[in-house]
Design a protein around this ligand. Sequence first.
Ligand SMILES: *Cc1c(COP(=O)(O)O)cnc(C)c1O
Length: 216
Amino acid sequence: MSIEKQISIIKNEIKDKADLVAVSKTRSIQEIQEAYNSGQLKFGENRVQEIVDKQSKLPNNIEWHMIGHLQKNKVKYIAKFINLIHSVDRISLAKEIDKHAKKENRKIDCLIQLKISKEESKFGLQIEDFKNFYESLQNYKNLNVIGLMGMASFTDDNELIDKEFKKIKTIYDDMVLIDSRFKVLSIGMSDDYNIAIENGSNMIRVGSKIFGKRNY
Ligand SMILES: *Cc1c(COP(=O)(O)O)cnc(C)c1O
C-alpha cells in the first residue's frame, strides 16, 4: 500500500487524539517527500548524521524530531533546527543541549525518556531517578522540558504493554499538575499505538506501519 494511504489510515484511527511523528530512519529522501506531499510534517530520526543530511535536502517547514539515543558530542549538529528531542535521559546530555541552544539563541523542546520496560537494551532514565533528574534540569534554562517519552517492551503481551504505558501516564499526569510546560506524552509505535492512545498518548512515533518493514 502507498505511504500516503498508510498515513491516512493511521490519522483516521487516531483522529485528533495524538500527533503523528512519521519515523523515517533508514528511509530515502524520496519516501519522506512522498509522506510530506500527503501533508505529513513531523518526522522522527534516530541518527544525527542522517537527520542533518535529510534536513538539508527536504522542505524547510518539516518538523524534525530526534527520537533515538543521542551522543552529547553530536548535539551541536542538530541544535540549530531540531524541533523536539525525545531522548533526554542523562544530565551530561541535558547540559550539552542547553549549551548549544544558548549558542543558537533559542530554547530546545525536550522530552525526558523514561525506561518503562524491563528490557536491558533500552535507553532511558530509571523511574526512581525521575524526580531528582527533573529537579536538576531546572538549571538549564535553554532546555525546555515539555513532557515524557517511553518505549514499551517488544512483545505481543498486550497486558504487559498496557501496564508499562500506565506507569508513564501516572507520572505524566502528576507532572501536568505541577509544571505548565508539560503537554507531550510520546508513547506508541507501529505495533502498540492503539494501546498507547487508550493510555493517554498524545504523540505516537510510527515507522514501519507507514513505510513498510525496515531491513535491519
Ligand atoms: C524506530 C523507532 C520507532 C518506530 O518504530 P516502528 O515499529 O517502525 O513504528 C519509534 N520510536 C523509536 C524511539 C524508534 O527508534
